[in-house]
Design a protein around this ligand. Structure first.
Ligand SMILES: [Zn+2]
Length: 100
């Protein structure tokens, strides 16, 4: 088997949201978009698909930034409750590429 070349990004192995500066989530443009999203859709969209009504508390990128999602496109943001957000994030952490 070839392709055993060590990747050069070992030293960049920060914990948390890979490739997305935490600073982004503290910036005004994201906070405004986040607030607008929760005003527009105050219910968790994942729970809604299962016909469960849950208050959303988190605005989440549908396509994560690290997979090339638009950070500030309101069409790339959905409302999630805390548990759906945790589950979505956990799944995305194990993804190596975005399958949509
Ligand atoms: Zn939910």
């Amino acid at each position: 088997m070839e392709g055993d070349s060590a990747k050069a990004n070992l030293s960049l192995g920060k914990r948390g949201t890979r490739g997305v500066p935490n600073q982004f989530y503290r910036n005004a443009p994201w906070r405004h978009l986040h607030k607008r999203q929760l005003e527009k859709q105050p219910l968790c969209e994942h729970c809604l698909q299962k016909k469960i009504l849950t208050v959303a508390t988190v605005g989440n990128h549908i396509k994560p930034i690290r997979f090339g999602g638009e950070p500030l496109d309101e069409n790339n943001v959905m409302s999630l409750c805390k548990s759906c957000h945790a589950r979505k994030s956990a799944i995305e952490r194990h993804m190596t590429h975005w399958t949509g």
